[in-house]
Design a protein around this ligand. Structure first.
Ligand code: GDP
Length: 212
């Protein structure tokens, strides 16, 4: 039976109350830490608002770099979360940025694939989708990878402040309808805004639920 929302929210807030610290940047699968606490990963297209969302979640303004140039972060960035580091947040390199040199794209696509396919510590991924753009083919490719690797994931809309109702509700429904057909995805979609704080507490609770 699922717990009441208030309990989940309190667990989420408690987990994110302690300072979150940067652990390391991982450039290739060989650099991945051996073992460690459960991991929760954030994936999404370049410029989706991933750094802003991680900063909003952790309440730390400059923890993840908010990039001026899309696609600047090409590493898996590891952050320790919780009082005793009970969870690790993994900021994945943004994908789908068309102007990057091919050779680099191959390198970081490989890193994303290796990580998603083989990481036992990875308990949940959050797939960030720009509320204005909805799902793109590059998102669908990542979803297929996670479905094949049986990595459980949930879709999270970012920059929800950019849409008004009924557009926002319609986008949530459209994304939910598509992800609900995916074997490894949670059908529930969380709408967030790093700017207004919408959905941040719900997302914190979803991250904390991995520890249940
Ligand atoms: P990343 O490349 O995915 O890490 O994205 P960033 O966090 O660097 O954000 C990309 C751009 O989107 C920046 O100009 C941010 O200011 C903007 N942005 C990020 N989150 C939000 C949001 O919640 N609302 C709005 N309106 N803009 C946002």
């Amino acid at each position: 039976m699922s717990e009441p929302r208030a309990t989940n929210a309190a667990k989420g807030e408690a987990l994110f109350r302690a300072p979150c610290t940067f652990l390391k940047g991982v450039k290739s699968a060989g650099d991945l830490p051996q073992g460690g606490p459960p991991e929760v990963a954030f994936a999404g297209r370049s410029n989706v608002g991933k750094s802003s969302l991680i900063n909003a979640l952790t309440g730390q303004k400059s923890l993840a770099r908010v990039s001026i140039t899309p696609g600047r972060t090409r590493e898996l960035n590891y952050f320790s979360l919780g009082k005793s580091g009970e969870l690790t947040l993994v900021d994945m390199p943004g994908y789908g940025y068309g102007l990057a040199p091919k050779i680099e794209v191959r390198g970081w696509t490989r890193l994303i694939q290796d990580y998603l396919r083989g990481r036992r510590e990875l308990k949940r991924a959050f797939l960030l989708i720009d509320a204005r753009h909805g799902l793109k083919d590059s998102d669908r490719e990542i979803m297929t990878l996670m479905d094949e690797a049986a990595v459980s994931y949930a879709a999270v809309l970012t920059k929800a402040d950019k849409l008004k109702e009924p557009e926002l509700g319609k986008t949530v429904e459209d994304v939910a309808a598509e992800v609900s057909k995916r074997p490894a995805a949670y059908p529930h979609v969380i709408a967030t805004s790093a700017r207004t704080g919408l959905g941040i507490s719900e997302l914190r609770a979803a991250v904390a639920s991995v520890l249940d």
